[in-house]
Design a protein around this ligand. Sequence first.
Ligand code: ATR
Length: 296
Amino acid sequence: MKNCRFGVFGFPVSHSLSPAMHTAAFNALGMTDCEYKAYAVEPENLKEAILKAQAEGFGGLNLTIPLKEKIFETDLIIPDAFAEKAGAVNTLTFKDGRIYGYNTDAAGAFAALEEAGCQTDGKKILIVGAGGASKSISLFFAERGNSVKIINRTAEKAQRLADEIAEKTGNSNVSGSGFESGWNDLKEADIIIQTTELGMGKYEDVSLFDKLPLLKTEQKEEMIRSCVSKKTVFDIVYNPEETTFLKESKAAGAETMNGMMMLVFQGALAFEIWTGKKPDIGVMRKAVSDALLKKD
Ligand code: ATR
């Protein structure tokens, strides 16, 4: 067993790419005494598992589905201001007998956009979905003062989330609705971020564009072109590498990006919190894309 232990807790977690990504980052920095492994932890065992990791001298942990929100029920952690507002934690550190919680997901999404050359300042952001991923990304951009529109299959959920974020951030340019005015919302946005599971798993062949209502006189491809052409369209899904939504957006002239670099940057930010060192982003990216190739 190595001296310096890290890992990800989740359930299920065997599919996680984080062990490959962090192991590559440790190796590249010559930190051969560090290890990072995936641990299957059921929600009801979360508190016990974290206390055990603390007692065993872990340096830090990542939390993934379904534990990011669950952690607040344990009363174990001191969350930072953003994680507290987001109601979700993906990174834990152990320091002087205390456990601190952070959320690097949204900052990871932001870093991925910046790396892709997408300027976000003052831009109108459209977020598709109102689940956990949407919540932290919407909150992040609302805090930065962007205009944020959230659209979701279940309209009330988008409205509730938007109200909550507007209240927490004091940004009155945050609103939510269902998909009924979706084409218009796409047209008004500068940057579009897709956070739902459309395009993956059982929804692999389904695109957001199939969910938006068309009039008899309207044709889908033309609507897509007029709504997303020349805009940045970001789908946080990374497996498959290119969702139908991204393919259709790219064909219509949008700048597209998938969620791989968001995964890499949220991991890199966690790595920095734990070690104080900047990991090699290129090494982490290669580890993730190699691991994805092996899965196929
Ligand atoms: P996550 O934490 O990954 O964001 P989540 O909290 O379960 O996951 O949220 C899932 C999101 O995907 C929700 O916005 C959900 O829409 P609803 O609120 O209407 O359920 C969206 N979603 C899931 N399946 C969908 C589908 N078939 N069509 C449209 N949206 C879907």
